[in-house]
Design a protein around this ligand. Sequence first.
Ligand SMILES: CC(=O)N[C@H](C=O)[C@@H](O)[C@H](O)[C@H](O)COP(=O)(O)O
Length: 235
Amino acid sequence: MSVLDDLAGGLVVSCQPLPHDPDDPMRDPYVQARVAAAVVRGGAVAIRANGPADVRAVRAAVDVPVIGLYKHGDADVFITPTAAHAVEVALAGARIVAVDATDRPRPDGRTFADTVRALRGRTDALVLADVSTVAEGVAAVAAGADAVATTLSGYTAASPPADGPDLALVADLAAAVAVPVFAEGRYRDAAQVGLAFAAGAHAVVVGNAITSPLWLTRRLVSAVRQGAGANLGHR
Ligand SMILES: CC(=O)N[C@H](C=O)[C@@H](O)[C@H](O)[C@H](O)COP(=O)(O)O
């Protein structure tokens, strides 16, 4: 039985600082580990965490599997962009490693398939392919991915930006591949999570809506400034 079976029907929580804000005060392995402990206490079946230091700290704080990734660089492909990053995050304690599986050029010139092979040669971690389209998901599975996630939908040239989650991609991937499909990206509430399971998701990943006070506060403040604040006494 694979670790993926343990995640079936569950909520995975992504415990990460905001990628584009180097001054996010949550950028601290101790803090991320405490957040992870809290969400596991709340029922999360796995934690998604970024970088070897956070993966190590989270791994020590919780009993559930860690899905590790390694955000690096300014190129298009920044989620675990090279085999070296994938191996490092696996050796830090990730049972599953999330890797960009789009067909965009990678900084080390290798393919996603090369990256999967290199990881398998060094560790027994499973590979979660972060994709933005069905075609990328199908290719990732052919290249050896153990599971696919809709993480990159809305963030690549091949997938238009969107406000809400890409439920259609969840359904299309679930119909097209024989591996578990993780719904990830812009899930904000229970209704959206329920729709993802109805569309065929194996597990649903929620990040900022649970784990980023910075993101949540900015969103609320911005909504208030844009009009909701009209009724809050600015006379
Ligand atoms: C595109 C990208 O870089 N996604 C990252 C992947 O690890 C994270 O920044 C997201 O927070 C994560 O995917 C969860 O999504 P959301 O925070 O929307 O629930």
